[in-house]
Design a protein around this ligand. Structure first.
Ligand code: ADP
Length: 623
């Protein structure tokens, strides 16, 4: 049930981005926390804690990396030695060297292939686990977490960021490790062959290091910006697509498109610079490589003439100098990919580190049965960083009573309901259910005694039968049908081509708003709760369906404590108590007749035909 509530209670409604854009503010700016200082070492440690689960395979990968690095060192060495051998012995034994080299290169390929396959398997298992953990965790996070964030941005973490981690685990980790090994190996062999020539070859190293450091610093920043911009764009697309109706209804297509273009442009710019600058790395390396090659060839020739080294050593050096700059080059390239993966992983770990919905206290009780007495006792509540939203609210609903919550938009009606079902807890005061403080009742148990019929009911992609059964998962087909009959939904369902097996689209389109309400009522009837929350639809529904809804609701509300966020005078009139809210406080309460006699706010609302825009009661409903 909880899942179904998240969507309707979201504070950021679809289309908010459009309005924000109109105010010259981006949706991303609005809902985003300040970027936190990046903690690479902590993130790496966390990633390591995942990888360690596959330590045997990882050890095998490391072993293969060592072997392949050894083979790639051996190849040029054999080539150089073969040349010397050939020059000295006039060709004899040359074939043996050739065969040796072929074997070495073949082994090199095999070890490379094995390390790749094994690492891919480790990385796929790791990201599989991360995805599951992240998804499960998202479903355990408290509602306030979602109300502060765009859905698309969160989706981007589950998909893009994790994909980034996966691809860099596949290749970058191996690359970085083998590059480091190759570097050490190459330098050691070079030093053992000719320390002087090695030193001369290394003349270009400071230039390389300096250039690489500068480039990686720039690209790291740019890649991070690109990822952030991509997340922002995803969020915006999701928001505008789900708010399509509102966008169209307010003819805001152009505003939305230009806000999209702005975000797209930001990605283009950061993407251009990130790739342009990182693409510069190989060019720089190549130039410096050629420089070191020239040094080896020129100075090496002099050494050969002096007889201090052989021609074979020059060949080995020339090859190694290439091998030596390649790992540096790879390190620089892969370092970037690693950085962007670490940034992605950090965003994933950030979500995982978010505190879950507070565990029910140890003493949390489960109520087997709820009669439906609800008492709000001096309830105060404030959303984070805001002044009190609800102040000193007290009222008592006896079992079976209907309470109409009335008041201007923003008065706190929805907030009261969210407190009732413990999406939030009061900052002071208490809410008692059958005499028990709601904070001592397990959330899940409390919510199992409640059902919700909201303005825009949550319907998922599945059959009508499954959608109704969402109210009680073990209900039989006969129970489902019975509930649908009581909800006046049966007749329209059987008229559909596939009846109860008709598939609803994810957004519930394909059936009318009124029919959606009837399904929500059927679902609530099936759930058979003691406490009912009803958010009356403001949109006008055709008269026939409206009558059906009213009739079904009467049946549903019978014998249950019902809280109705009411918009129609008829509903309000029939309520046992009307609670009139303004700015989070109760300004009047009583029955319709009592409140009219008081000649206060409520009576002026009703008399003034509620057309001063202060109340959500629709005019047509007052006739
Ligand atoms: P109503 O349902 O009567 O229209 P709400 O309970 O939705 O009113 O809102 C009461 C006040 O609390 C409003 O000022 C609204 O802006 C604010 N509010 C609602 N939800 C949130 C939230 N998640 N975070 C911060 N403020 C909120």
């Amino acid at each position: 049930m909880l899942k179904s509530l998240i969507e309707p209670f979201r504070y950021r409604r679809p289309g908010a981005a459009m309005e924000a854009a109109a105010e010259g503010q981006t949706a991303g700016d609005k809902g985003k926390r300040k970027p936190r200082a990046k903690n690479t070492s902590r993130t790496l440690k966390q990633m390591w804690s995942y990888l360690i689960a596959y330590k045997r395979k990882l050890a095998a990968v490391i072993f293969m990396v060592m072997l392949s690095s050894g083979f790639s060192l051996l190849g040029p060495y054999l080539a150089g030695t073969a040349i010397d051998h050939f020059l000295m012995n006039r060709g004899s034994g040359f074939v043996v060297f050739l065969i040796g080299m072929a074997v070495v290169y073949a082994l090199h390929s095999i070890t490379m292939w094995l390390q790749n396959i094994w690492m891919i398997s480790i990385s796929q298992k790791t990201v599989y686990l991360m995805r599951v953990q992240l998804f499960e965790h998202l479903h355990r996070l408290p509602i306030p977490y979602f109300s502060k964030r765009q859905h698309g941005e969160l989706m981007s973490r589950v998909t893009n960021d994790i994909e980034n981690v996966s691809s860099s685990l596949n290749s970058s980790v191996i690359q970085v490790f083998s590059s480091a090994l190759l570097l050490i190996g190459t330098v050691s062999v070079m030093l053992s062959l000719s320390p002087l020539l090695t030193l001369l070859t290394f003349l270009v190293v400071p230039l390389m290091l300096f250039g690489m450091k500068w480039i990686t610093k720039q690209t790291g920043r740019l890649f991070k910006a690109q990822q952030r911009n991509l997340g922002d764009l995803n969020g915006y697309i999701e928001e505008t697509l789900s708010g399509q109706r509102i966008v169209k209804a307010f003819s805001q297509e152009q505003t939305v498109i230009s806000a999209f273009k702005e975000r797209n442009e930001r990605i283009r710019i950061s993407g251009f610079w990130a790739q342009a600058i990182s693409g510069f790395i190989p060019k720089l390396m190549n130039a410096l490589n050629n420089l070191s090659f020239a040094i080896i060839a020129g100075i090496g020739a002099i050494f050969v003439l002096n007889d201090s080294i052989t021609v074979g050593v020059i060949v080995i050096f020339a090859e190694y100098s290439r091998q030596f700059t390649r790992p540096l080059n790879d390190l620089a390239n892969q370092w970037n990919t690693l950085l962007s993966a670490v940034a992605g992983a950090e965003r994933v770990f950030d979500v995982l580190a978010e505190e879950e919905e507070r565990k029910d206290e140890g003493a949390a009780r489960e109520l087997a049965e709820v009669k439906g007495s609800v008492v709000f006792d001096k309830v105060m509540f404030a959303y984070e960083e805001r002044a009190a939203t609800i102040s000193d609210v007290s009222f008592h609903a006896a079992p079976g009573e209907t309470i109409a919550l009335v008041g201007p938009t923003g008065a706190g009606k929805t907030t009261l309901i969210q407190l009732l079902c413990r999406f939030y807890d009061p900052s002071s005061g208490s809410i008692m259910i059958d005499g028990h403080d709601s904070r001592t009742i397990k959330r899940e148990n409390l919510r199992s005694h409640m059902a919700f019929v909201l303005q825009d009911p949550f319907l998922f992609e599945g059959t009508i039968r499954e959608n109704i059964r969402y109210g009680k998962l073990d209900a039989t087909d006969a129970d489902v049908e019975e509930a649908a009959r009581l909800a006046n939904a049966h007749s329209f369902i059987v008229r559909l081509k596939d009846g109860y097996s008709s598939i609803l689209r994810p957004d519930g389109s394909g059936i009318s708003q009124g029919q959606k309400q009837l399904l929500a009522i059927a679902r609530a009837i099936l759930a058979n709760p003691s406490i009912l929350v009803l958010d009356e639809a403001t949109s006008s529904i055709d008269t026939v369906t409206e009558i059906k809804i009213q009739e079904a609701l009467q049946r549903l509300m019978q014998g249950r404590t019902s809280f109705v966020i009411a918009h129609r005078l008829n509903t309000i009139k029939q309520a046992d108590q009307i609670v009139v809210l303004q700015d989070g406080a109760i300004i009047e309460k009583g029955s319709h007749v009592q409140l009219l006699e008081r000649k206060g706010f409520y009576s002026s609302l009703v008399k003034g035909q509620l057309n001063n825009g202060l109340c959500e009661v629709s005019e047509s409903a007052t006739k």
